[in-house]
Design a protein around this ligand. Structure first.
Ligand code: URA
Length: 297
């Protein structure tokens, strides 16, 4: 280290400030290590109740999950919430700091912004089922002069797929007509890791979870974006995508199992292609009437 950086610079390095906190945390981390190595499974699958009848059964079983390393970090897992017969499901990435504390998805700053964007799109949050691809809060701890802070860390693909049996079980109960993936983690959990949000945002396709599935921006992307212009652009795109989702939800009959639907049938024939307009009353309409007549056999 002396070779890389003369000693007189050490006290002013930002990393140096983290050292006392890291050292203080060593005994706890050492104690946890053998547990971690021994008790974590490869997937959540063995912990998900087989053929659950309701969401409460899943909710009760979730804290017992040891399907990935996040299950051992002491954070509380958060299942989705909303009506089990919701036609639209919103899928986020993972609970944040406030969601973990409250035990509910999207209640922190990103959630408040989401509520506002939903209203602009004419959607009532209470009518939607809202959940996350990963049920634990993946985070890193930053030590500041005022104490420790838990900072969001994007969950790795492996964690997302280890946690996926919970999402599979939730959405098998809800069986949404329309799934909206918020951000690329949710979209990759649904369409696979090659999904690219910037290229495929707003494109509706069928997925393993819903006959109409599309991805849009995550509200946290709006919060993080720099400059009012970019933020307005992202917000407009999100509102547009959510209006299309709302319109599609009014048109897609609930199938006995959406998995039997032909992928190309859905996105091409049922989604509005014309400009989406929003009436004063908050109802959603779109420019093309062609799709309104389409039905799923
Ligand atoms: N971000 C998410 O993706 N989900 C939440 O529940 C909160 C923030």
């Amino acid at each position: 280290m002396v070779a890389e950086m003369p000693k007189h610079h050490w006290p002013t390095l930002p990393e140096t400030r983290a050292i006392p906190g890291l050292l203080a945390d060593v005994p706890r981390r050492l104690q946890e290590m053998p547990d971690r190595a021994g008790s974590v499974a490869e997937s959540a699958a063995p912990f998900v109740p087989a053929a659950p009848h309701d969401l409460d059964t899943l909710r009760a079983a979730l804290p017992g999950c040891r399907g990935c390393e996040l299950c051992t970090d002491g954070t509380r897992p958060v299942l989705g919430e909303g009506p089990v017969d919701a036609r639209i499901v919103l899928l986020g990435e993972q609970p944040g700091d406030q969601e973990e504390r409250a035990g509910r998805p999207f209640v922190g700053p990103a959630g408040q912004l989401l509520d506002e964007v939903l209203r602009a799109a004419g959607l009532e949050r209470s009518a939607l089922y809202v959940t996350n691809a990963v049920k634990h809060f993946a985070h890193r701890v930053e030590v500041t002069p005022h104490g420790k802070r838990r900072l969001h860390a994007r969950p790795r693909h492996r964690i997302v797929s280890q946690c996926q049996p919970w999402l599979d079980a939730e959405l098998a109960l809800v069986r949404p007509a329309v799934l909206v993936c918020l951000g690329s983690t949710a979209a990759q959990a649904t369409f696979g890791p090659s999904f690219r949000l910037l290229e495929q945002r707003g494109v509706a396709r069928s997925s393993r979870y819903a006959p109409v599935t599309l991805a849009t921006h995550h509200p946290a992307a709006l919060l993080r974006s720099e400059g009012a212009e970019l933020r307005a652009e992202l917000r407009a795109a999100m509102v547009h995508d959510l209006r299309r989702a709302a319109a599609a939800a009014g048109q897609v009959p609930l199938a006995p199992s959406h998995l039997v639907l032909e992928p190309e049938l859905i996105a091409e024939r049922l989604l509005p292609t014309g400009p989406v307009t929003h009436s004063e009353t908050g109802s959603v309409a779109h420019g093309s009437d062609r799709n309104r007549r389409a039905t799923v056999e």
